[in-house]
Ligand binder design. Structure first.
Ligand code: AP5
Ligand code: MG
Length: 217
């Protein structure tokens, strides 16, 4: 399955991507995680991306498109992938269409996880992420098994730099202006599936898996 996850910052894309990746045995590709790993490793790309990310703005398309192109051309993406956080602009969506055409493959679905803005602002202050693998947790809604440690790789959980309330508000505004138009873009292509992500994590997972399996029939 070749899948795009759409949704506002904090809608639960990363959380659901982990479950979908395990169930369908396809890689989870998050452009946000790729930028954060570049920042951690002090690369030139990381330095440039950080300037935008810390302000709640999108990293310019020319720094984003090529990393996705390289990644989806790798062997482990042959049977499918989940793109989490890409595309985020109409330009990126058009570039993705070109990449898929060049690889002679088709997108199956764009799954939109809908959560209202006020719920997102409430959620973000409680998010904690793994400093090593990027897995998301929440201090109330999605607690790790051991306090402060990642269930998957046992590394320390930290707060993301862009989860400060004023940055979250800017990220939401960026989302509404630049990314939300993609919902219509994929609706027109008849690829859009929508689920509600404001209930708990497990309820949202049930909705997501049911939307994907129903759509496959
Ligand atoms: P990115 O890392 O993609 O951030 P984002 O889209 O803002 O999304 P988040 O990762 O914040 O949220 P999520 O939807 O994954 O939610 P999560 O599962 O963690 O991008 C970061 C930055 O990189 C961007 O701002 C931009 O600058 C840049 N960038 C990335 N891609 C780019 C691109 N293509 N072009 C240009 N720039 C790009 O969940 C959030 C919290 O809620 C967690 O605490 C979780 O435990 C909790 N939670 C999840 N689901 C539920 C639920 N159902 N009920 C209760 N709590 C829940
Ligand atoms: Mg994420």
């Amino acid at each position: 399955m070749r899948l795009i996850l759409l949704g506002a910052p904090g809608a639960g894309k990363g959380t659901q991507a982990v479950v979908i990746s395990q169930k369908y045995n396809i890689p989870h590709i998050s452009t946000g995680d790729m930028f954060r790993s570049n920042i951690k490793n002090g690369t030139e790309l990381g330095k440039k991306a950080k300037e935008y990310m810390d302000k709640g703005l999108l990293v310019p398309d020319e720094l984003t498109v090529d990393i996705v192109k390289d990644r989806i051309s790798q062997a482990d993406c042959k049977d499918g992938f989940i793109l989490d956080g890409f595309p985020r602009t109409i330009y990126q969506a058009e570039k993705l269409d070109e990449m898929l055409k060049d690889l002679a493959i088709e997108l199956d679905y764009a799954l939109n996880i809908y959560v209202p803005d006020d719920e997102i602002i409430k959620r973000m202050s409680g998010r904690r992420v793994c400093s090593k693998c990027g897995m998301s947790y929440h201090i109330i809604y999605n607690q790790p098994k051991a306090d402060g440690l990642c269930d998957s790789c046992n590394s320390e959980l930290i707060q993301r730099d862009d989860d400060k309330e004023e940055t979250v508000i800017q990220r939401l505004s960026t989302y509404h202006k630049q990314t939300e138009p993609l919902i219509e873009y994929y609706e027109k292509k008849e690829k859009l599936l929508t689920v509600h992500g404001q209930e708990g994590v497990d309820d949202t997972t049930r909705e997501v898996l049911s939307a994907l399996s129903g759509a496959k029939l």
